[in-house]
Design a protein around this ligand. Structure first.
Ligand SMILES: Nc1nc2c(ncn2[C@@H]2O[C@H](COP(=O)(O)OP(=O)(O)OP(=O)(O)O)[C@@H](O)[C@H]2O)c(=O)[nH]1
Ligand SMILES: [Mg+2]
Length: 208
């Protein structure tokens, strides 16, 4: 079943977050890595704002999704959450602090958050502040799934070797990272199935 999607909330502060409820899957990563582009590719709609200059997304954006999962094709509801990026140097210090406070308040405090997708540019691998994010999430026992972005910038024949090298270098991920491209739409269907399975598992756990 195709996903039924809509923008549910755009939050610039914690009180604007929608009430907790359905499971949430968040997209985190450096500014400009392609979080909003990947959200749009998953949603099949241009709902998230994309920008060539880093620092485009400044709010926590909640997208409501309905899908049918499992053998029974039961309808499930969840939210995809597009977060502001980090590592954007040229904004004012106050603005940067506000963004990171909002993002960390969301990730630390949100009970409905079942998975953080950590987006990493496939050309660069984990950079300094990506490792900081991985450690920070690990300390908070937040499950993390690494997703590589902009795979179209690396030739098809080099993709496998690049992925293996990054995995050998050490990264924390609940499963083998998925290599994606929002531009070429590669890895999108695989990622949709992965997300559906995580949502399904969390709903089953809740029901038990
Ligand atoms: N070639 C290529 N470019 C991409 C891909 N995904 C995103 N981009 C480009 O990268 C730039 C940043 O994309 P966004 O999706 O806005 O990145 P973001 O991570 O949401 O950035 P912030 O909101 O600033 O944190 C845009 O110019 C996109 O067109 C991709 O898969 N391939
Ligand atoms: Mg964005």
């Amino acid at each position: 079943m195709p996903w039924k999607v809509s923008l549910e909330a755009t939050s610039f502060n914690v009180p604007q977050f929608p009430a907790e409820g359905v499971p949430e899957i968040a997209m985190a990563g450096r500014s400009n890595v392609g979080k909003s582009t990947l959200v749009n590719a998953l949603l099949g709609a241009k709902l998230a704002h994309v920008g060539a200059t880093p620092g485009k997304t400044r709010s926590v954006n909640f997208y409501a999704v309905k899908c049918a999962t499992g053998a029974s094709k039961r309808e499930r509801s969840f939210r995809l959450v597009d977060l502001p990026g980090y590592g954007y140097a040229s904004r004012s210090r106050t603005e940067r602090r506000e963004w990171s406070q909002l993002t960390s308040a969301y990730v630390e405090g949100r009970k409905s958050l079942i998975l953080v997708c950590h987006l990493v540019d496939f050309r660069h691998g984990l950079l300094g502040n990506d490792r900081l994010l991985q450690d920070w999430l690990d300390q908070r026992r937040r499950p993390v799934m690494v997703l590589f972005t902009k795979a179209d910038k690396i030739t098809g024949s080099k993709r496998r070797g690049t992925l293996q090298q990054y995995v050998r270098d050490g990264l924390k991920s609940v499963d083998v990272p998925i290599v994606t491209s929002g531009e070429e739409r590669c890895g999108i269907d695989e990622l949709k199935r992965f997300i559906e399975a995580r949502v399904d598992a969390s709903m089953q756990e809740q029901a038990e």
